[in-house]
Design a protein around this ligand. Structure first.
Ligand SMILES: Cc1ncc(COP(=O)(O)O)c(C=O)c1O
Length: 360
């Protein structure tokens, strides 16, 4: 069995130890005589799985008691609608558009109320994070929205926007659990798990409890009402049980490594290997503004689309998978999430050096 170095932006590489453990438990989960896939979500065994997953996540992120943790379906995109439906009591929200994901969320919010784009980096093809120190935030805005790490363009807020006291809502799909964060700065932090945490099909919302209310927008479907999910401990209906089980294992894996402080350090080291090479290369260059660079998604180009194509094809032959940039931007992108080993990034850089010598 040969495993490749998988640089996919999501679904993405998962820790090998977690996959092996899941394989070992596939036919008989801890003496139950069945797979977690086959198990009632109302069973004692699954109750333990979901409660320990939540407890471990709370530990990892130091989530205070006044925040709820919800395991949901529909991916991050479903939350693009759920957010305005649950939060737009004044019918107003301010969005910062720093890439395709925040733009999609903004467009979705426009369906439900007066959503305003208060800053954008579209003029620079989303290669930077807009200046968010003194934004024109509406006094009645129900929340300010960001996508904290834009997966496609490889940018990250290294400082959160000044929301002038308004609730911050952040999509952290592609930087979830990649380093320590202060959860109390957020009203809602959420994301799809298929990049840093688990298999596609689960979204996790961490929501300050006072934001979970009954008076949501009229017509909000029962399933999209956060209160329904919170009142039922994410078990209103059948949850994505197997996905939650894998997420739980990844939380335990993170804890065994030493938690988010250690993970953040490892991630910064991995990213530095790649960025240092990009900054010294005569052939390759990174496309995101230096001070806004993500340590999770690293887009780069040669400047010649034909050569980019050749690089992607040659990389594949050398066990470097899914390095092609997003279809909307082209070039290359290396997603170096938590589970990507340092050896994978080193192998990529070695390959890039070799390619550079041959094609400069
Ligand atoms: C930052 C970000 N937000 C949202 C999404 C959409 O997630 P989903 O496919 O779970 O709806 C992605 C996607 O892949 C993403 O990278």
């Amino acid at each position: 069995m040969a495993r490749v170095y998988n640089f996919s932006a999501g679904p993405a590489v998962l820790p090998e130890a977690v996959l092996k453990e899941a394989a070992d438990e596939m036919l008989d989960y801890q003496g139950t005589g069945m797979s977690v896939m086959e198990m009632s979500h109302r069973s004692k065994a699954f109750e333990n799985i979901i409660t320990s997953a939540e407890a471990d996540l709370r530990d990892l992120l130091s989530i205070p008691d006044d925040y709820a943790v919800l395991f949901l379906q529909g991916g991050a995109s479903q939350q693009f609608a759920a957010i305005p439906m649950n939060l737009m009591v004044n019918g107003k929200a301010d969005y910062i558009v720093s890439g395709s994901w925040s733009k999609k969320a903004f467009k979705e919010a426009e369906l439900f109320g007066d959503a305003r784009c208060i800053a954008s980096s579209e003029d620079g093809n989303f290669s930077y994070i807009p200046d968010c120190k003194d934004l024109d935030i509406d006094a009645d805005a129900d929340y300010v929205y960001i996508c904290e790490n834009e997966t496609i363009y490889g940018t990250k807020y290294h400082e959160l926007p000044n929301t002038k006291g308004k609730t911050l809502v952040a999509d952290v799909s592609s930087c979830f659990l990649s380093e320590p964060v202060d959860i109390t700065k957020y009203g809602v932090m959420y994301g799809g798990v298929q990049k840093n945490i688990g298999p596609a099909g689960v979204a996790i919302d961490i929501i300050r409890k006072d934001l979970i209310r009954d008076d949501v927008l009229e017509g909000t479907p029962t399933m999209l009402k956060w209160k329904t999910q919170a009142d039922n401990d994410s078990l209103y209906n059948t949850p994505p049980a197997y996905g939650i089980y894998i997420c739980g294992k990844v939380f335990k894996w993170l804890k065994s490594l030493g938690g988010l402080e250690v993970m953040g350090q490892m991630n910064r080291e991995k990213a530095a290997i790649l960025y240092d090479f990009l900054d010294s290369s005569d052939l390759f260059m990174g496309t995101a503004r230096r001070e806004d660079r993500s340590i999770m998604n690293v887009p780069f180009i040669t400047g010649d689309p034909k050569l980019d194509e050749l690089f992607v094809a040659e990389a594949k032959k050398n066990g470097i998978e899914s390095i092609k940039g997003h279809r909307t931007v082209g070039g290359m992108r290396a997603s170096i999430y938590n589970a990507m080993p340092k050896a994978g990034v080193e192998a990529l850089v070695e390959f890039m050096k070799k390619f550079e010598l041959e094609h400069k």
